[in-house]
Design a protein around this ligand. Structure first.
Ligand code: PEP
Ligand code: MN
Length: 295
């Protein structure tokens, strides 16, 4: 029997640009620039976020943070609450990891980004972090998006590993709708039929996101590939494709990392990558500030 249904609100096919309101490029044609302790994300300069997947100990965090800062990273990353696939894997140092992060932030004077997974921890994470990260597994968690939308802290929103670009932008829309318009979009790879890489880094998402939205776009080539040796190539590709920055996992002893060692760069490799990124940035009319380091 023929059934006349109302129009389905899921769009199959091209993104309906007029449905995107607060994230739309039309709202801020020149693009949004987000200031994190004097570092501008979304401006002409490329921003490099680097650090370990997880905070493991004072020694591990201190050595890695010092190394990445000396090599030119602008912001330190490090997970305290880890969204692990298996409940038997290391879950992060939790509250203690946060304390270590803000200690190192003050010690070496570098802003930090860390993931918030639970709205009950939001206030605590806000006290210790300069940027709140919403991980890939939580991109669809609308109660959490609403909560980070109510605070006055920049949010690094990662693309869900199975999310379309449209769903990703709607997740950002949730945050901004609550009043927090400091959202940084992060492409971190999507799940495809290809098993040789952990995820498939969707480089093509960069120009789409930049065209549709005014928000800064950064790329995570570490989770996007799962292999440290792929990270430099895709980091450079991301900048060439128009990304405003990168978030890269770096560990002083990747072989003994408690989480994601196989995709983490040793500081020596990170140094070589930074040297190459300077050239790629220049080639595409951008630059990487070297204010933190005399090169
Ligand atoms: C991370 O950056 O620590 C992380 C867990 O990434 P994702 O949410 O992209 O998997
Ligand atoms: Mn990781």
């Amino acid at each position: 029997m023929y059934q006349k249904n109302p129009t389905c609100d899921l769009n199959h096919g091209p993104i309906q640009e007029d449905q995107l309101k607060l994230v739309s490029r039309k709202r801020v044609p020149e693009g949004t620039v987000i200031d994190v302790s004097g570092i501008q994300i979304g401006g002409p300069e490329i921003v490099i976020i680097a650090g370990p997947c997880s905070v493991e100990s004072e020694e591990q965090l201190s050595s890695t943070a010092t190394a990445v800062k000396e090599l030119g990273a602008h912001i330190l990353r490090g997970g305290a609450y880890k969204p692990r696939t298996s409940p038997y894997s290391f879950q992060g140092l939790q509250d203690e990891g946060l304390t270590l992060l803000s200690w190192i932030r003050d010690e070496i004077d570098i802003p930090v980004v860390t993931e918030v997974m639970d709205p009950r921890k939001l206030e605590l994470v806000c006290e210790h972090a300069d940027i709140l990260q919403i991980g890939s597994r939580n991109m669809h968690n609308t109660p959490l998006l609403n909560e980070v939308g109510k605070v006055r802290k920049p949010v690094l929103l990662k693309r869900g590993m199975s999310a379309t670009i449209e769903e990703f932008l709607y997740a950002a829309e949730y945050i901004i709708k609550q009043g927090n318009d400091q959202v940084i979009l992060c492409e971190r790879g999507i799940r495809t039929f290809e098993p040789s890489t952990r995820f498939t880094l969707d480089i093509g998402a960069i120009p789409v996101l930049k065209r549709l939205s005014h928000l800064p776009v950064i790329v995570d080539p570490s989770h996007g590939t799962g292999h440290w040796w792929m990270v430099p190539g895709l980091a450079k590709a991301a900048i060439a494709a128009g990304a405003d920055g990168l978030i890269i996992e770096v560990h002083c002893d990747p072989q003994n990392a408690l989480c994601d060692g196989g995709q983490s760069l040793h500081p020596d490799t990170f140094k070589d990558l930074m040297d190459e990124l300077f050239k790629v940035a220049l080639a595409v009319g951008r630059s990487i500030s070297s204010s933190v380091v005399i090169r």
